[in-house]
Design a protein around this ligand. Structure first.
Ligand code: ADP
Length: 438
């Protein structure tokens, strides 16, 4: 009985201790779960923004909350000054306050790449109280953790003034380190994103300047050129035999210039998406004949063989309903390129086929071809495969972007197949009645 009582007494004591331990353990686990939930949430929030300023604010707030401190500042390494710069955070500091790496608490964390705890900053000679002066804040204790991505340290996070009188705990170290690891990645992503945006803005500005220049130049050049063309043709008809040859040269150069200006204007329309279409029904085959007539002299000068071939399914009765002038531009540009980039005695094959409700036009040549990795680029404005200094062929790199634009407003597609040194084949697929497609 006694033994029993003894045992039961002892047992009661054990049960009580055990219950206490369990309760403590459960409470502990609950705190950890709450912390893990919070850190998961913070991580989610950190990943949701790429704007640096709000991101820094979120990190600071999370730092304060997770470690129960009065403030959290973020210092990022600034390459230009070689200092750690305070980022605007929960308590207002001047954004430009810089802390030297040497002889400072933040600098030590940065150099050692380890968390450092300073229980009383006033006792520490490395403490720089300028920050307190400018921010109207009184610092007592600091837990500094490095902001590290893989092997690179990008800055330091400082958790300031632990509110609990027992000071910073091991848990605080762990929480601060976990947060710092996530924060560093988020900060780096935001900075990279800012760089990308900046580069993009600069490019967009350059593109705008280029477009403005093209549009002003083409506009300003048109009027005087029209005068030159007008007077030159008038004089050619008036002057005697000797002057005709020179005037023909003036005229043909002026026409070349006008074509160039027309290209610039066309490209502007393509870019601005403001091409107006005037539909008519016409024969593609006749149009090709017309284009070939225009290039007859060039074809003969290079002794090229040119053949027009009709595929099965295509006959003279097939007409297309489209903007004839713009389709002419497409065909003329493709044939002109085929002629330009094919050596003497080469071969140019123009084929027409009908596939259901589409016309397929192919312009193939046995010319110099295009390197595979460049085929996508040739449709960009001002792009030429040959670099400016070494190129043998004239042109401005405007033809294909215009062709692509004109094909697309007709709801068609253009593709290219090419083998460098062997030749190229451009295929244009156009609906027979683009006006009926929505
Ligand atoms: P341009 O002919 O005025 O240079 P394009 O926009 O028509 O401009 O063509 C862009 C570039 O694509 C050309 O400079 C050339 O490098 C390449 N290219 C176009 N067509 C051909 C072709 N048939 N054969 C080889 N290269 C071509």
């Amino acid at each position: 009985m006694l033994r029993y009582l003894d045992n039961s007494d002892q047992g009661d004591g054990n049960d009580f201790d055990l219950e206490k331990t369990y309760k403590e353990k459960i409470a502990n686990l609950e705190t950890r779960i709450a912390y893990l939930e919070r850190i998961a949430k913070v991580s989610q929030i950190l990943n949701s923004t790429l704007e640096l300023a709000p991101l820094l604010k979120i990190i600071s707030q999370a730092g304060i909350e997770l470690t129960q401190t009065e403030g959290c500042s973020i210092l990022l390494y600034d390459e230009t000054s070689g200092q750690l710069k305070f980022m605007p955070s929960t308590f207002s500091t001047d954004e430009n306050v810089g802390i030297p790496i040497e002889n400072s608490i933040a600098g030590l964390v940065f150099q050692k790449v380890k968390p450092i705890l300073i229980r009383d900053v006033k006792e520490d000679p490395r403490w720089n109280n300028r920050v307190d002066q400018v921010s109207d804040f009184e610092t007592h204790s600091i837990l500094g953790v490095p902001l590290k991505i893989k092997y690179e340290v990008i800055g330091v996070m400082e958790l300031v003034n632990k509110t609990d009188e027992n000071g910073f705990s091991d848990d605080d170290f762990q929480r601060a380190t976990t947060l710092a690891a996530q924060a560093a990645v988020a900060i780096e992503n935001a900075r990279l994103w800012k760089d990308v945006q900046q580069a993009y803005d600069e490019l967009a500005e350059l593109d705008r300047l280029k477009s403005d220049f093209v549009s002003i130049a083409s506009h300003e050049l048109r009027t005087p050129l029209a005068v030159i063309l007008g007077y030159a043709s008038f004089l050619r008809d008036e002057v005697s035999e000797e002057g005709t040859e020179q005037l023909e040269m003036v005229l043909s150069s002026a026409i070349k210039l006008r074509n160039l200006i027309d290209d610039m204007v066309n490209l502007r329309h393509v870019k601005n998406d403001d091409i107006q279409l005037e539909f008519s029904i016409f024969s593609m085959r006749d149009l090709i004949k017309e284009v070939l007539l225009e290039f007859q002299t060039l074809i003969e000068a290079k002794s090229l063989r040119v053949k027009v071939q009709l595929y099965e399914g295509y006959d003279d009765l097939v007409n297309i309903e489209a903007d004839r002038q713009k389709i002419y531009l497409i065909v003329a540009n493709l044939i002109s390129n085929a002629i330009k980039f094919t050596d003497e005695n080469g071969f140019v094959l123009i084929s027409l086929g009908r596939h259901g409700e589409e016309i397929h036009l192919q312009v193939a040549d046995t010319g110099i071809g295009i390197p595979k990795e460049r085929t996508r680029k040739i449709f960009e404005a001002f792009y030429q495969v040959e670099r400016v200094l070494t190129r043998r062929f004239g042109g401005m790199g405007l033809g294909l972007p215009i062709v692509k634009g004109m094909v697309e407003v007709h709801k068609g597609k253009i593709t290219v197949d090419s083998i460098e040194g062997r030749g190229s084949q451009f295929t244009v697929m156009l609906p027979l009645s683009p006006g009926l497609i929505y």
